[in-house]
Design a protein around this ligand. Structure first.
Ligand SMILES: [Zn+2]
Length: 377
């Protein structure tokens, strides 16, 4: 008898602890943000499925943009808007996407995907915070990336989508700019015997050479082709930064912060017949030399002049012959998706500079120049 009571007590305890355990796991792992949103807002399965199918559509679509990119428009309730953009990224670039809405409580789900090198499919690499509406991600592998923005179902607010890139490192030459880079990764050297394993940043002799990131100096001194050189270890990314052809090196440097002076631009080593420049390279542990350009290339700037303040209608009609509906918001180097016909109706998603982001009657996304459309009231 006592045995039986003990048994059932034990069983009760097991059941209890199991259910507690499940709750605890749910609490720790949490629901995926989309599922949490469904639960919080008590969204029906049918509506939620429509919304999720739109996300899948976003994955299959491919508008192309160059950064920085800014688009403004209005999220409308039950419009099931989906905003999907592809852009090429390099290691060392920090991708930053932000959605600004008038209503701060509006949720916008943002995900970034990377294309598989040998297939057409994309896999998710990072998700943004739907409440803050920001996503920040440092690119580790070069390739084609896709960003998808999806507002919550009842979103009802003007918006701005801002997508920018910035380099993970400080520019390694004081007061330097992109146009000072005179030679790139992969350029031919010694009549084709070898390829350039870095970038050359030209500057007058004596210009300070700067630590691009905080770290420890692993070597500084004169040797080989690089002449007077400094090797800086970036512990977080497990890679060494190589500075070559310096005129002189700051003595006794061990530990540096980004922006500290390491030495001065010169043409020592095999650069003796070349104008003074810094050779800057990155060597990744276990991988060897990698293209450093993305780590230092300075970003374009989104000026306030790019922010469209105008109101535009939800529908447009094509107003010119041979209107070009394009993959990119640009008329050069932008694939023509189709030629529109006068009177054709287009549905507005947003506007980026002089280009409307629209969908046609078959729900295909594209860009059209503002001069080729007029609004439908
Ligand atoms: Zn070089």
């Amino acid at each position: 008898m006592a045995n039986r009571v003990l048994q059932s007590l034990f069983l009760c305890f097991l059941l209890y602890s199991c259910s507690q355990l499940e709750k605890a796991e749910e609490f720790i792992a949490g629901l995926p943000p989309e599922e949490q949103y469904k639960k919080d807002e008590n969204i029906s399965d049918e509506i939620f499925e429509i919304w999720q199918n739109r996300k899948q559509k976003g994955l299959d679509e491919s508008l192309q943009i160059e950064l920085p990119y800014l688009e403004s428009g209005t999220f409308k309730p039950r419009n099931f808007g989906i905003y999907s953009y592809e852009t090429y990224m390099m290691p060392g670039e920090i991708l930053e996407a932000e959605v600004i809405t008038d209503s701060s409580s509006t949720l916008v789900f943002t995900d970034i995907y990377k294309k598989e090198p040998s297939s057409e499919s994309f896999y998710k690499v990072h998700s943004g915070d739907a409440v803050q509406k920001v996503l920040k991600f440092e690119i580790k592998e070069k390739g084609l990336y896709k960003l998808i923005f999806q507002p919550e179902i009842e979103a009802n607010t003007p918006f701005q989508i801002k997508i920018q890139r910035s380099p993970a490192y400080t520019f390694p030459v004081a007061e330097g700019e992109n146009s000072d880079i005179g030679s790139y990764w992969g350029d031919i050297r010694d009549g084709g015997k070898r390829e350039h394993k870095g970038i050359d940043i030209f500057a007058t002799r004596g210009t300070p050479v700067l630590a691009a990131v905080e770290g420890r100096i692993r070597f500084s001194g004169e040797k080989g082709l690089g002449g007077k050189q400094v090797w800086l270890w970036d512990r977080r990314r497990k890679q060494s930064l190589y500075y070559a052809h310096l005129d002189s090196i700051v003595p006794d440097i061990k530990k540096v912060k980004a922006g500290d002076t390491l030495g001065f631009v010169g043409n020592t080593g095999n650069a003796e017949f070349t104008p003074s420049h810094l050779h800057f390279g990155i060597y990744k542990k276990g991988q060897g030399a990698v293209d450093p350009l993305g780590y230092v290339h300075l970003p374009g700037h989104i000026g306030d002049e790019n922010i469209s303040k105008e109101e535009f209608s939800e529908r447009l009609t094509i107003a010119t012959h041979k209107a070009g509906l394009r993959k990119k918001p640009s008329s050069s180097n932008s694939k023509l998706i189709k030629t529109g016909v006068i009177g054709e109706i287009l549905y507005v998603q947003g506007k980026s500079t002089e280009w409307f982001h629209v969908r046609d009657s078959q729900d295909r996304p594209m860009f059209i120049h503002e001069s080729q459309v007029k609004s439908v009231n």
